[in-house]
Design a protein around this ligand. Structure first.
Ligand code: SF4
Ligand code: SF4
Length: 165
């Protein structure tokens, strides 16, 4: 899954300097396995990020204007080229299998498809200690944008990540 942060999320210094954070347009934000708004008794302070099955929202690679663009995220031309090469005519990744909502190249997916602390730190400058919070927030923003704020996918994600201590 290519989890892209929204413009309202924390950005590396270089990005923040180029593009100011949007107010709270917080529309907010792995997929083989592949939601929430906390509100079902969950505790954001203690949530632990995990991908939930049947989602795949982050494999829609052409995201809306609330999300950071690939040009803003990647510093290496090869990464940008690879990202662009994955975008199908409908905006979804060409490797995303819609019938099963899984990744057909999961074991060999690009590094930027991996939701891991070191990847969040290198791409977004997010400290590993904040990984869970930011990854959960990013998933919610993405799921809301793709499936809606009242979607089953979002509910599943919230139920999956809340209250894991
Ligand atoms: S390569 Fe796989 S994990 Fe990455 S965006 Fe495409 S379908 Fe999703
Ligand atoms: S948006 Fe989050 S829960 Fe959904 S597939 Fe991507 S990483 Fe998994």
């Amino acid at each position: 899954m290519a989890l892209i942060l929204t413009l309202a999320s924390p950005f590396p210094v270089s990005l923040a300097a180029r593009r100011p954070r949007l107010p709270s347009k917080k529309t907010t934000h792995d997929k083989k396995q592949s939601h929430t708004s906390i509100g079902f008794g969950g505790d954001k302070k203690h949530e632990l990020w995990r991908c939930v099955e049947g989602c795949g929202a982050c494999c829609k690679l052409q995201k809306g204007p609330s999300f950071a663009s690939p040009e803003e995220i990647f510093t290496h031309p090869s990464d940008l080229e690879l990202y662009r090469s994955l975008i199908g005519p409908d905006g979804w990744c060409v490797h995303f299998q819609k019938s099963t909502r899984t990744c057909s190249i999961y074991a060999d997916r690009p590094y930027f498809c991996r939701v891991e602390p070191d990847i969040f730190e290198s791409l977004y400058g997010i400290h590993p200690k904040k990984f869970n919070k930011e990854a959960c927030s990013s998933c919610r923003d993405t799921i809301k944008a793709i499936y809606g704020s009242n979607s089953e996918e979002l509910c599943n994600f919230n139920n999956s990540t809340r209250g894991i201590f």
